[in-house]
Design a protein around this ligand. Structure first.
Ligand code: HEM
Length: 343
């Protein structure tokens, strides 16, 4: 008997599953009018650029994950929309607010060396000059033994291996985008002076883990408790976080760049509601009393092969709109008598 045709291999994802790195650059840009073609050219060249900058330093594992925002999708690609791509939905809690901020394309550049991240980010922005407006740029770094600037080890409970793939990669629920992912970013600024007035035990109850030894606590209403969510099937619903500290001591800026990959944005959005709106009886996440969200954007991360073979540009994109009607023609000033031009 003829054997059944082999099923198509799963599309290779971009490097969303790369481990936490020592350095990262986060670039969020919006596409200017008629900038679409330049952005598409860059997207197509990105895999080659990552190879060019990363090849001679394989141990540094340079990678770049590219995400596309909801409004930009229709401007850049004549292709079916990812089922759950929508603009970031702001969250309003009784005390704290998660704003939505503009973003058409995200570049999440990672490596063990900050110079490689810098070089790739510089080349990306050079190629996009004039075609995009920069909305946000953050240079993240690994801090001590993988701690955030609140002083706690961040990333411990991230899923790994098959669990991570299940949590992060779109599957049969949206076959045209299988191997893709969603990524939600938020930039948080910490009030470290206020945070550091708290006794360590109070900080630990807010986070839900011990500070020195990173052991989970039984702390209802803690950050960890609010972000532990289970589905209708009783299974924990997970996301993959690649948070990085950033800051400028001279300017008194201390932050966490929050970045979460997920198979559906629904899980991260549920976590945000639990943090900002709160859950009775404990209320909102007290981490927010010391951390302000200043950006918020959602992107779709296509599989790697998408960048090598982009769908066509939509017919209407990339054109500067014609001026409305034949208005008065500008009058050229009369040239004074005398030599004109170079004759
Ligand atoms: C856990 C820090 C924002 C989701 C943690 C942990 C720390 C932390 C220290 C415990 C260790 C770990 O498992 O990683 C922060 C900081 C934030 C922030 C400093 C920004 C101010 C967020 C946001 C979300 C989130 C906005 C979701 C929308 C989670 C999840 C866990 C976690 C899912 C793991 C919970 C578990 O133990 O299963 N975070 N976080 N975090 N955080 Fe955050």
């Amino acid at each position: 008997r003829a054997s059944a045709p082999a099923s198509a291999p799963d599309p290779e994802p971009q490097q969303v599953l790369a481990p936490l790195s020592a350095a990262a650059v986060f670039l969020v840009v919006t596409v200017e009018q008629a900038g679409e073609q330049a952005v598409r050219d860059l997207l197509g060249d990105l895999p080659g650029l990552v190879r060019a900058f990363g090849f001679s330093a394989p141990d540094a594992a340079l990678s770049c994950v590219t995400g596309v925002g909801s409004d930009a999708w229709d401007r850049l690609f004549d292709a079916p929309r990812p089922a759950e791509l929508h603009p970031f939905r702001p969250v309003d809690g009784p005390r704290h607010h998660a704003p939505a901020t503009p973003g058409d394309v995200l570049f999440h550049v990672r490596a063990a060396r900050s110079d490689l991240c810098f070089a790739l980010a510089a080349e990306i922005m050079r190629r996009l000059r004039g075609a995009v407006a920069l909305q946000d740029e953050v240079q993240g770094f690994k801090y001590l033994d993988v701690r955030d600037l609140l002083g706690f080890v961040d990333g411990t409970e991230n899923p790994v291996g098959g669990e991570a793939r299940d949590a992060v990669l779109i599957g049969a629920e949206d076959p045209e985008h299988a191997g893709g992912s969603y990524v939600l970013v938020q930039k948080y600024l910490h009030d470290l002076d206020a945070w550091n007035t708290l006794p360590v035990e109070a900080q630990e109850r807010i986070i839900g883990r011990t500070k020195a030894t990173n052991v989970e606590l039984d702390a209802p209403g803690s950050h960890v408790d609010l972000n532990t969510v289970v589905g209708a099937d009783g299974e924990e619903r997970q996301i993959l976080r690649d948070n990085m500290p950033f800051g400028s001591p001279g300017r008194g800026e201390f932050g966490t760049y929050y970045i979460a990959y997920s198979r559906t944005p629904e899980v991260t959005e549920l976590m945000l509601r639990r943090m900002f709106v709160g859950v009775p009886p404990t209320g909102h996440d007290r981490i927010l009393d010391f951390s302000t969200a200043v950006t918020g954007t959602l992107f779709y991360v296509p599989p790697a092969g998408f960048l090598d073979d982009l769908p066509p540009l939509p017919a209407a994109a990339g054109r500067v709109p014609a001026p409305a009607g034949p208005g008065p023609q500008p009058q050229l000033p009369d040239l004074p008598d005398g030599p004109r031009g170079e004759d």
